[in-house]
Design a protein around this ligand. Structure first.
Ligand code: HEM
Length: 329
């Protein structure tokens, strides 16, 4: 794809139609960034036999539990959701759009809906601390390369050379390279990636922070031999076994931004020491089947006292979720 001059602009439908006429059949993506990105997901992941499937994170299952806020956090922050125990709906999934994907892969995800004290907080996280793009242009470039790989219009070497030119792609690839293949969804940390803003009761400027759910049972890695024995489908089985014995637990903690951290770059790690603040404990206690695969977990649903990120991906991301959710109805 040579020309992405529409990136960054919302283009009215009439204008798109006109452009198609003027460009006389040149197959450049046209539309708003949100629509272009949603279309890429369908070009890469659609299954004609199952047009209503989730187009990303397609393989997953549902669970439920509770969130128990930390008392010190409840008194420090101006966040009513933290003042009492919350009900939790969770979805655990693999990264990617293939429903039959092997569990012998690295990217694991946890999406949550916390409901407490009349407030809702939704999130969709993976075990990677950064994402592969910090804006729409990079996102589209990344997906375009994937599509060219699928269509075989570029060689593996050409794609690797293109990827090496973009710092965000390199950062993400290093991050995924460093992830272990874990035996259970209970053995990953799940990360916000974006920096949010948390209001304190002292009326000072809200605290900028990323957040993570840190597993009480630790991050564990499977070795080659164990992986061979486990085959392609072990995560759901292990999850069911685990929750029968005891709830799976995670500590939710904030990682406060230091002055030099870039709050807008979702593809850069924050380096060095960071102050942590515990917010509470997530306890997942029950397998709930697959009904939530029909739902959407919208990172833009935030409780009072937590303000949205200021990066160039957050709003875009929410809009794309709304489009793909719409197409699934
Ligand atoms: C512009 C950036 C992003 C785009 C366009 C995007 C796109 C999507 C889409 C289309 C879906 C399926 C939505 C649906 O129909 O239900 C999805 C699901 C998901 N995304 Fe993203 N995503 C973005 C960034 C991220 C980031 C940064 C993370 C990790 C922090 C993430 C984690 C997830 C997870 C966990 C799900 C599955 C949620 C579920 O279980 O229902 N995404 N994403």
């Amino acid at each position: 794809m040579k020309n992405l001059n529409l990136v960054g602009k919302k283009v009215p439908k009439l204008c798109c139609a006109l452009c198609f006429v003027l460009c006389a059949g040149v197959a450049e993506p046209i539309g708003s960034n949100e629509e272009i990105i949603a279309d890429y997901f369908y070009k890469l992941n659609a299954d004609p036999k199952n047009p209503k499937k989730k187009i990303n994170h397609s393989k997953g299952f549902c669970a439920s539990g509770e969130f128990i806020p930390n008392e010190a956090a409840a008194s420090r922050f101006n966040i009513p959701l933290l003042t009492q125990k919350g009900e939790v709906k969770a979805r655990f999934s693999l990264g990617g759009g293939n429903e039959k994907q092997s569990d012998n892969s690295k990217v694991r995800a946890m999406a949550l809906k916390i409901d407490s004290n009349g407030e809702q907080w939704e999130m969709a996280m993976t075990n990677a601390r950064v994402t592969f793009s910090k804006n729409a242009t990079e996102f589209i470039k990344f997906f375009d390369l994937q599509l060219q790989q699928k269509n075989k219009s570029l060689t593996a070497e050409q794609i690797a050379a293109e990827r090496a030119k973009v710092a965000s792609f390199v950062n993400f690839s290093k991050e995924v390279g460093s992830l272990p293949i874990t035996p259970s969804f209970a053995n990953n940390a799940y990360h916000s990636v974006h920096a949010y803003f948390f209001e304190e009761k002292n009326g000072k400027k809200p605290l900028a922070a990323r957040f993570s759910f840190v597993p009480k049972s630790g991050v564990l890695a499977l070795n080659e031999e164990e992986l061979k024995k486990l085959g392609d489908s072990f995560l759901e089985k292990n999850f069911k076994k685990e929750v029968k014995k005891a709830p799976i637990e995670f500590e939710l903690e904030l990682e406060l931004a230091n002055a030099k951290d870039d709050l807008k770059n979702t593809s850069a790690l924050w380096m060095g020491e960071h102050k942590k603040i515990p917010l509470g404990t997530l306890k997942i206690s029950k397998f709930e089947g697959y009904g939530c695969n029909k739902e959407v977990f919208m990172p833009g649903v935030l409780p009072s006292g937590i303000l949205e990120p200021k990066d160039d991906i957050f709003e875009l991301r929410n809009s794309v979720y709304a489009i793909t959710f719409g197409r699934r109805q």
